[in-house]
Write a protein that binds this ligand. Structure first.
Ligand code: PLA
Length: 449
């Protein structure tokens, strides 16, 4: 932070200036407006925290931090998976604006605490969205759903519950996976192992490796599955492969923990993207599901999601829910109300729901068209390599195959920001920026090995 200390003109400027000085460890002398240092600001030897070392930036969110510091007018942030319009702007869905207006106009609404489990209506509707309106598990009351802090919070609460109450503490995650998964699960008290998932040679699924690894997992182990649009690879099993995975997991008593952060973003259809989860629910077995509305409703900052646990009986589900409350209460007491109210307003109203599906499809289609454009731009440049995976991969990301040196080159020479594993967020790209990205990729492939 580098606040300006030059003569503040108005009294509010002065207040801001004093605050800024306070934040950087210097204060104003009220008598003569001069600046004097806090006694401890010169050295940190008196601090109880002087041994604290600076931690690294997050591998994904840190990309945005670096991007924000870059003054270049051509800079491009393809790091975090956040949807941008053709103009490169963040998007608030129209249907979300409408729902918010309804909420604001309803003066009977209050700001009381929600129950520990969140907004009941939101929970019911979220389970229905994933499991389907006619899901026997829902009709038989075998599902418990609790509102959580987006996908991350749902994973964390689910993991803490498992660490406390499930007989197996090992969770298998795909190799590679979203970088936060191993941290969430380890901190919750689970022990993390990986199963083979991606084959860099074919740039596709290593199905045989996956089957072998799940086969040799201990009976009852937990298995993290990306419900659709696998992050970072953009590679999903086919429905047939899902069916084989399901059979194998059920025969070994492996516990599925689905992470659904992109329902609707893979195919553009909420129902099609829910299919793998529904296959596992249809066999009557148990599972966990973390849902996020960050991407599909564009509610990133509202931190709204849900954890569902499908159980064998309603009685078990009730007891599981009572224990989820004991996990949540000391963690954050109860969840925030606004995002849940927006989601519930949209899911329960037929017109708003339909409008949402149209806007969601438009976002998914724009991403798909960016894949085509980037693929064609590389072909037009004669960029060495087979880039067909760009159009084959699914969801928000392309796992380009670029190595970390090539990524560093693209950031330094072209001001293009992306994660060092070569993942690019297609949702951050637009027709205008495709040529710049294609130029950068072309140069990186030609000049950096
Ligand atoms: N699960 C997966 C597979 C994800 O990719 C993400 C977000 C989440 C869960 C959590 O999202 P939420 O808590 O915001 O609901 N991944 C992002 C953002 C989009 C991030 O890293 O936080 C990504 O760029 O990978």
């Amino acid at each position: 932070m580098s606040p300006e200390f030059t003569s503040p003109s108005s009294s509010s400027d002065r207040r801001i200036s004093v605050l800024a000085r306070h934040l950087v460890g210097v204060e104003m002398d009220p008598q003569n407006d001069s600046i004097s240092a806090f006694p401890t600001s010169g050295s940190d030897s008196n601090s109880a925290f002087s041994h604290v070392v600076r931690g690294p930036e997050d591998p994904i969110l840190g990309v945005t931090v670096a991007y924000n510091k870059d003054p270049s007018p051509v800079k491009l942030n393809l790091g975090v998976g956040a949807y941008r319009t053709e103009e490169g702007k963040p998007l608030v869905l129209n249907v979300v604006r409408k729902a918010e207006q309804l909420l604001v106009n309803d003066t009977s609404r209050v700001k009381e605490y929600l129950p520990i489990t969140g907004l009941a209506e939101f929970n019911k509707l979220s389970a229905k969205l994933m499991f389907g309106a006619n899901s026997p598990a829902i009709q038989e009351n075998r599902v418990t759903t609790v509102q959580c802090l987006s996908g991350t919070g749902s994973l964390r609460v689910g993991a803490e519950f498992l660490a406390k109450h499930y007989h197996q503490r090992t969770i298998y995650i795909p190799q590679p996976t979203w970088g936060n998964h191993p941290k969430i699960f380890t901190l919750a008290g689970l022990s993390v192992k990986t199963y083979r998932y991606y084959d860099p040679v074919t740039r596709g699924l290593n199905f045989q490796g996956l089957v072998e690894d799940l086969n040799s997992a201990p009976s009852g182990a937990i298995v993290l599955l990306h419900a659709c649009a696998h992050n970072p690879t953009g590679v999903d099993p086919t429905f047939q492969q899902w069916e084989q995975i399901r059979k194998l997991m059920r025969s070994k008593g492996l516990m599925p923990f689905f992470d659904s952060a992109y329902q609707g973003f893979a195919s553009g259809s909420l129902d099609a993207d829910a299919q793998p989860v529904r296959m596992f629910v249809a066999d009557g077995g148990e599972l966990l599901l973390a849902q996020s509305y960050a991407k599909n409703m564009g509610l990133y900052g509202e931190r709204i999601g849900a954890l569902s646990i499908v159980c064998k009986t309603a009685d078990v589900a009730g007891r599981v829910e009572s224990q989820l409350k004991l996990v949540i209460r000391p963690m954050y007491s109860n969840p925030p109300i606004h995002g849940a109210s927006i989601v519930a307003a949209i899911l329960k109203d037929r017109d708003l729901y339909n409008e949402w599906t149209i806007e969601l499809k438009a976002m998914a289609d724009r991403i798909i068209s960016m894949r085509q454009k980037l693929f064609e731009a590389l072909r037009a440049r004669g960029t060495p390599g087979d880039w067909s995976h760009i159009v084959k991969q699914i969801g928000m990301f392309t796992f380009t195959g670029l190595n970390s040196k090539q990524v560093a080159f693209m950031t330094k020479e072209y001001h293009i920001y992306m994660t060092s594993d070569g993942r690019i967020s297609m949702a951050g790209l637009s027709s205008k920026t495709v040529p710049h990205l294609a130029d950068a990729m072309h140069a990186a492939v030609k000049r950096v090995v």
